[in-house]
Design a protein around this ligand. Structure first.
Ligand code: 5AD
Ligand code: FES
Length: 348
């Protein structure tokens, strides 16, 4: 198996069959070898730096009904909220004072935030903080909308593909959502000029080794700047309430593989990873991750943006999250950097 890791390290690719056997036949020893290689590649590209992004969850209204997600529209138990533009700018102000130079605006698919409103928000942030990057994570919109946000100054866009297998996609989403459209959005975003992030959950219901390999092949094809990978965690008010969580072990393995496949990728150690294991985010960094995204949302709404059960950091102030993260990263020999932390090939 080690020869497959060496091959991936050198060629940045494997065949479908090779990926499949590597995942199926992995052992703790193989995983450790993968992580060593992944760290080596990461250090060659980024040194010991870990990039920090301030996450602002500005609305938990969602028009979609993904079976796994706690803020799906059918969850009448979710208490809905929206931040105002002023609230969002206040979060940015707090974040800027704490050293954040990237703000990630995330929400459910909430059409209350029209293109016009989003453009206004993006322009206000870029106007006030010209040294900062704005990342959007607000779901599927038209090419024209994406273009308008980009022209307003948005730099990056996160849109997880969730699964690259058509049949699997249908098992995770209602009929009105399609993988085809999801992928088209990602290619549109790239074409417009965004730094783009895709990604998937590990251990989502009905996932198989085959679908995981398809995820890797899709990532290879898209060549995203960022990849978000976290374990699936059930939410008690969703159709998947009784499904099992994804494991730390397989999530880390997938992070390692993606690091070798795309050496310069920006890859967060996600909050979901920190939720299934108290040291999950540290382990995610040690498996190949190089980004952390502490929460900047106001404490009053923190516990309302519940994509899954037991989400961590829901009672903490922005500053606590910021410094907790710094301590954690320093604890594993990493340096938290407060630059924009653009993708290496990008000089926008
Ligand atoms: N468990 C883990 N991750 C989830 N997400 C949504 N619901 C869950 C869940 N139950 C992830 C999705 C989405 C991102 C914002 O959060 O991958 O794209
Ligand atoms: Fe909101 Fe899936 S439930 S996008």
């Amino acid at each position: 198996m080690k020869y497959l890791i060496d091959k991936l390290y050198k060629a940045h690719n494997l065949t479908i069959e090779e990926f499949k056997s590597l995942i199926e036949e992995r052992t703790p020893e193989i995983a450790e070898y993968l992580f060593e290689r992944a760290r080596q590649v990461k250090i060659a590209n980024y040194g010991c730096d870990v990039y920090i992004r301030g996450l602002i969850e500005f609305s938990n209204y969602c028009r979609n009904d993904c079976y796994y997600c706690g803020i799906r529209k059918s969850n009448t138990g979710a208490e809905r909220y929206r931040l105002t533009e002023e609230d969002i700018l206040n979060c940015c102000n707090t974040g800027h004072n704490l050293g954040f130079r990237t703000f990630v605006l995330q929400s459910g698919e909430d059409l209350y935030f029209t293109d016009e409103k989003m453009v206004h928000i993006i322009k206000s942030i870029k106007n006030r903080y010209p040294d900062c990057a704005v990342t959007l994570s607000i779901g599927e919109r038209s090419y024209e909308s994406y273009k308008a946000f980009y022209d307003a100054g948005a730099d990056r866009y996160l849109l997880r593909h969730e699964t690259a297998n058509e049949e699997h996609y249908k098992k995770l989403h209602p009929e009105n959502l399609s993988l085809l459209n999801r992928k088209a959005c990602l290619f549109d975003l790239k074409k417009i000029g965004y730094q783009v992030g895709c990604g998937f959950m590990v251990g989502s219901p009905y996932q198989t080794v085959e679908t995981l390999v398809e995820d890797l092949m899709f990532i290879k094809e898209l060549q995203p700047h960022m990849v978000g990978i976290g374990p699936f965690i059930p939410h008690s008010d969703t159709p998947f309430a009784h499904k099992e969580s994804g494991t730390l072990e397989l999530t880390l393995f997938m992070l390692g593989l993606v690091r070798l496949m795309i050496p310069e990728v920006l890859m967060p150690a996600t909050t979901a990873l920190g939720t299934i294991d108290p040291l999950g985010r540290e382990k995610g960094i040690q498996a190949g991750g190089n980004v952390v995204m502490p929460n900047l949302s106001p404490v009053a709404v923190r516990n309302k943006y519940m994509l899954y059960d037991n989400k961590i950091c829901t009672g903490d102030e922005a500053a606590e999250c910021r410094f907790c993260m710094q301590k954690r990263m320093e604890g594993i020999g990493c340096r938290v950097v407060v630059s924009r932390g653009d993708h290496r090939s990008c000089n926008k």
